[in-house]
Write a protein that binds this ligand. Structure first.
Ligand code: BMA
Length: 325
């Protein structure tokens, strides 16, 4: 049995060789490497689509591949996907925080990412079969919006996208879901998870972290909560479970955070006190979850857990999502 401590068991275990990737590993000069999307290829290779911030402060993506998902990374020697502002003006200030979903119906990977436009961050979609050539579909949610991911299959007839719009500083930032028949026209917008209020760890601003994981009990969601204080922001992770057939319905949501900045590489960096996962992979046992997260906006780290333990924890400690306003 893993060590448990009532409400606060250790659900994610940091890998001893953390951080597993940083700018020091990169084949070309850059500032930082963080917030990577993750997926498994058909041959079992782990692929990370890493956000690389250059020395101007603009980001692009670069692929790193590894057979064990831990070390011996084979990193593309040049940027894999650069912003293309001449054709996609919304990428003017770069592309950030990719989330990867394998979509069986399309037989393609969908990459949903933040395109940093002059009007603010927005959500863009690209499809790929091989992470070498990319089919850009452009901006699918206007600014200000980020932290988006596509569900791997249609819900009824429609595709489903989770995302996080922000209307203005006077209103809270919640996680939403929208539906589309064609990946282009989006509607039926609904709030899935509300930011809580007051002193909560996830008050005022939350966002989806990796793409939701489909389980027999529902869509397992790892989301981040941003605690704003006089000392700055604190990014921590919580869990929720959404109904399989009606994902806008939150069945359970934890009250406490389950993973937060503790180690030096999470506490200190370009933006300290940040753990920010954009991808997971599931091991061959169908249960071990590998959580790849950006640490302090500076490097990439790995923590592992068990999907069953996360679900059991939610069943013991979760409450239905409610608006805490
Ligand atoms: C969020 C995103 C992330 C970043 C985090 C902490 O708003 O922009 O890319 O990791 O802030 O700086």
């Amino acid at each position: 049995m893993p060590p448990t401590n009532g409400l606060n068991p250790t659900l994610f275990h940091r890998h001893p060789s953390n951080p597993i990737l940083s700018s020091a590993d990169w084949p070309y000069r850059c500032n930082t490497v963080f917030n990577a999307g993750a997926t498994l290829l058909a041959d079992g290779t782990t692929l990370l689509l890493c956000r690389v911030e250059d020395r101007r402060g603009h980001s692009h993506f670069c692929v790193a591949r590894s057979t064990n998902g831990i070390d011996d990374w084979n990193i593309d020697t040049e940027p894999t996907l650069l912003p293309d502002p001449e054709n996609y003006n919304e990428e003017y200030w770069g592309i950030e925080d990719p989330r990867i979903t394998w979509v069986p119906e399309l037989r393609k990977f969908a990459i949903v990412y933040t395109s940093y436009s002059q009007a603010g961050p927005s959500v863009a979609l690209a499809l790929t079969e091989d992470f070498k050539t990319f089919e850009r579909r452009g901006e699918i949610m206007p600014p200000e919006n980020k932290d988006a991911a596509l569900l791997p299959r249609r819900i009824g007839e429609n595709w489903a996208l989770m995302h996080r719009p922000v209307s203005s500083a006077d209103f809270d930032a919640h996680v939403w879901i929208s539906y589309s028949p064609d990946l282009r026209h989006w509607g039926s917008h609904k709030i899935v998870l509300h930011a809580r209020k007051g002193p909560w760890w996830d008050a005022n601003k939350i966002g989806l972290s990796p793409p939701p994981i489909e389980t027999e009990r529902g869509w397992l969601v790892i989301y981040h909560g941003v605690r704003q204080s006089g000392a700055g922001c604190l990014y921590r992770l919580g869990l929720a479970l959404l109904d399989l057939q009606t994902p806008e319905k939150c069945l359970l949501r934890g009250e406490t955070w389950v993973f937060g900045p503790e180690e030096d590489y999470e506490r200190e960096g370009d933006v300290g006190n940040v753990v920010f996962p954009c991808g997971t992979t599931i091991g061959t046992d169908g249960d071990t979850i590998h959580l790849y997260y950006g640490a302090a906006d500076t490097c990439i780290a790995l923590a592992t857990g068990s999907v069953q333990e996360l679900l059991d924890w939610l069943e013991r400690n979760g409450v239905p999502d409610g608006d805490d306003s």
